[in-house]
Structures are given as structure tokens and as C-alpha cells.
Design a protein around this ligand. Sequence first.
Ligand SMILES: Cc1cc2nc3c(=O)[nH]c(=O)nc-3n(C[C@H](O)[C@H](O)[C@H](O)COP(=O)(O)OP(=O)(O)OC[C@H]3O[C@@H](n4cnc5c(N)ncnc54)[C@H](O)[C@@H]3O)c2cc1C
Length: 542
Amino acid sequence: VRKRRLGGWGFEGERYDASPALLAWLRERLGEASPLPATADPGAIPLPDARPLPAFSLPASTAARDRLFHARGQGLPDLLRLRAGRIPAVPDAVLRPGDEADVAAALEVCAGAGVRVVPWGGGTSVTGGVNAASGEAPSVVLDLERLAGLSGLDERSGLATFGAGTLGPALEGALAPHRFTLGHFPQSFELSTLGGWIATRSSGQESLGYGAIADLVAGLTLVAPVGRLELPAMPRTAAGPDLRAVVLGSEGRLGVVTRATVRIREKRPPLRVTGTLLPSWEAGLDAARAVLRAGLPLALLRLSDETETEVGVTLGLRAHRLLGAAARAWLAVRRVPERACLVLLGAPGDRAGARAVDDAGALLREHGGVGLGDRAGRRWQADRFRHPYLRDALLELGIAVETVETAAPWSRLAPLARTVRSAIEAALGAQGERTAVLCHLSHPYRDGASLYFTFFYRSPADPEAGVARWAAVKRAATEGIVRGGGTVSHHHGVGSWHAPWLPREIGERGHRALVAIAGSLDPEGVLNPQVLLDPVDRLDRG
Ligand SMILES: Cc1cc2nc3c(=O)[nH]c(=O)nc-3n(C[C@H](O)[C@H](O)[C@H](O)COP(=O)(O)OP(=O)(O)OC[C@H]3O[C@@H](n4cnc5c(N)ncnc54)[C@H](O)[C@@H]3O)c2cc1C
């Protein structure tokens, strides 16, 4: 049985190590890093005594590992703190409701006794969204793992109803015998849940073909402290403002999503991904926009900047002397500059998909693209769900890997990318540190796209200093995103770490409107009080 790792991604015993070429590249850019101390033994981590809780109608686990495991998500400071075994706040108990009535009963008790509640799906939040609330009042986690599975299938309409705690692989596994798919594949697919996707307005890697979760949810049930909200599945409705859209992205503040009816599609052959090199980032942006405008039925388009292309393609080639020399000669003949940008195009591996990729490939060639075939694409597919393990392997060596993301209209993308990159470099430079910033465009739309930044820097051995360095960079990067005209988040959500910037995007009045909605469903304010609507800067407490 695979056991979830505490303080790192995935399952115990599984890893993905950095190649010697990547380590040498990072050493050149960041300087020599000092490995972090070994991960703390969970059994030796001191936990505060559980605060007294009211009686619940379902078992409340106070086991140390359970409380510890549910104290934090998967953000960088979460990993730093769990590794070091220094966690400022842990929940007092973990409840696992078996049905909607259990959820309603637990919420009633919590609201009556002022116990704070963190709804928990897979705990893969990277925004501080599941972090235990600090302070006097007791808190519990509502782990929804038992609210899982397929409970209804309407093949004629292409609708399936699942419990909110259903994990990605279980959801696709239940649809596969019926030859259907949801097509929602975030990189966290293996460990995240339908309820978590809804609560954070998640986007999967094939969103270009299938849509984001906001497009895929037809109806849902929300259990709030004041009662149940049933929003039936409809293909579209003009029955006033769409409350489904209000629940999507509500991050547990309005209630607990207990189940949802999603739009499913006939399963098509697995994705085929091809690579093309574009002469520059600017040429890549123009080419990506042209492909989008052509309205081709692609499932994926991803454009890496020069540095991400160097890490993803060139480093691998450099490691093979013969292959590398042959590839460089081949690229030189085709006049591909040293610092080119990789575009990955993906579509289902059937005839219609192949035609879409061919047509898109022709548009890329008009922008100077040189086709690489499907080698780079196959590699990306093989590693797409394994990459998160690399973050832990590098952190052990003292190298932090952090990601930030946003979206903006096409006309703002190029300057926004520059602003965010400079903000990250300046924040680390102020600490006398260097960084390497990688960026890619993905989740493209007719009017704009998402930008996703991955950056590396040296993390100090002392976890408090590590969190402080992270907080300074995160603050600068988020400020850069908002200043540059990007959204606070394209798909990670707001959580507690982005919450101070939300009013900058939706305005104070918009913010007050959301607070009023939350107050109408959760008048005692017990649900996840630190996320989304609480604009306190908690980054240093990370
Ligand atoms: C390595 C890695 C890769 C990632 N890749 C992607 C990606 O490609 N695309 C993407 O969109 N995101 C990605 N994420 C972010 C994260 O996986 C998503 O936010 C995901 O939707 C969270 O789902 P979860 O089930 O783990 O939710 P959790 O982390 O458990 O919870 C997230 C938030 O939702 C609330 N919540 C959870 N379940 C419910 C429910 N049933 N009712 C009400 N509130 C609830 C929680 O209280 C919390 O505020 C990634 C994260 C990691 C660590």
C-alpha cells in the first residue's frame, strides 16, 4: 500500500532526482548550496495538547500523525516547516464524515461551539488554503476522503455525479469502463480531489481541450452551517446570477461541497504531444496567439521561455556528447538560435487530433518554428506527474523551487512576464542571493493566457530564515503580478497567502459583497476563517 509522505510530495519511497547536468547548471547560477538538515521524525515532533472539543456524532481522531498530516498543505513554507518539525499551529482533531448528514451535524456543532473548520480534500493547496488556524479557538479538519465515488451517471447527457472527496485517479477510473473522461488533469491529479478542484477553481493541463473545472461543473451540493444549498445540473441558465460560479473558488469559506455533477466526454486516444522550437519568446507569443485565434481542437499548448527551454531541452542534450553535437548541428542548419523557445502542442492521438496538431504546426512554422517531432513531448508526458518529487529532492540539497502563476490579456503578457521576473530577482538580490527564473505560457484563451513562473534559489538551513526568505520573494512576486496587471491567481486560488491582494483585484466593495455572502451562509464565521477573505498578510508566519 502506498503511504502518503509527510512534509513532501507524493508517496513514501518514491523520488525523482535532479540530473547531474541540472545540478551543475544550478550551481553555476546560484552558487554552492548547503543541504538542509534531515527531515524531522514525525514521531518526535512536539504537538500542542489538543484543546477541548465539543462532542461530535462521528469519531474525532486526535492521533498525532493525523493532526500533523492535516496541519499544512504543499506550499514551500509548509514543506520547510514539516521537514524541520516546527509547526506553529495544528488542528485539534480530524473528522471524516461518511455522508452529507455527518457534514451537516459536524458544522452545526462547530458553529454552536465556535470551533473553526478546515474542509480538506487532498491537502495539495499551495496557497496556505488548508493551514491550521492559529489563535485561541479550537479547530478541526473535515477530511472528505469518505465522501468519494461515482453516485450517478447520465450517459445520454454526458453527466456524472461524484462525491467531493473523489481523488483524480479514482474519478477517471470510475468513468473509464463507461468509456468517458472528465479530462481534468492538474499536475496534482494523483492527490487532489473534485471538491478541492471546485473550491480552488482549478485548471487541468489539458484545459484547452476540456475546459477548466469552472466549465466542467454542471451542478453541486454545498452544506453550509445554515443548511444545504442544492444547485441542480443545468446546461446553462438565466435564472439570475449563477450561484455555482460563486461556490467555484469559495475555498471552503461558504460551506463544504459534498458532491458535484460534472460534464464528461467520450474518451479519446491518449494525448500526442509534439515539440517545435521558436526563435524567441516574442515570436512564441505571437505564434501561440495565432494558433488560438485559428480555433483548432487542441488539448494543450505550452510555450516555454528561453531559460525553461534551456533546462528542459538543451541540458539533456548537453549531457549526451554525441547526440548533443548532432542535435546542435541539425539546429544550426535550420538556423535555430542558441536560446530558442519550445512550444508543445497536444491533441488526442486520433485522426482529428493529428490534423489539429499539423495545422497548428504549420502556423508555428509561419512564425519561424522548427518542428522537433514528439521526443520532447513524450518526455514531458512521462514526467508530468513526477516533477513535483524533484522539488523535495532539490530542497534536501538546500535549493528551493517555488512557483507563482497568473493570467492576463495577450496585450499585457510580455511586459507582465518581465515585471514578475524582475520582482523575483530584485527580492532575492536584496538578500544577496541569485536566482534562475523559468516561465511558460499555458492555458491559452482567445483573449489571453496564463503565465507560470518556476524559480530556484538557495534556502537557508534554519527553517525560520527559510520561511522569511520565501515570504520576501512571494510578497514581491505577488506585488509584481498585481502591479503588472495580472490576476492574483489563474488556478492556484487565493488561500491565505494571496488574500491581502484580492481587494486590489475586485475592489473593496466587491470584497465586502463576498464577505456578506459568506456571512449569510456561515454567520459564526467558523469556516476556514484565514483564507480568501481575510486580508491579513500572513506570509512571514507562512
Ligand atoms: C505539485 C503541485 C501541482 C499542482 N498543479 C496544479 C495544476 O496543474 N492545476 C491546478 O489548478 N492546481 C494545481 N495545484 C494546486 C492544487 O493541487 C489545487 O489547488 C487543487 O485543486 C487542490 O485540491 P485538493 O483536493 O488537494 O484541495 P485541498 O488542498 O485539500 O483544499 C484546497 C482548498 O479548498 C478547500 N476545500 C477542499 N475540499 C473542499 C470541499 N469539498 N468543499 C469546500 N472546500 C473545500 C480547502 O479548505 C482549501 O481552502 C498543484 C499543487 C501542487 C502541490
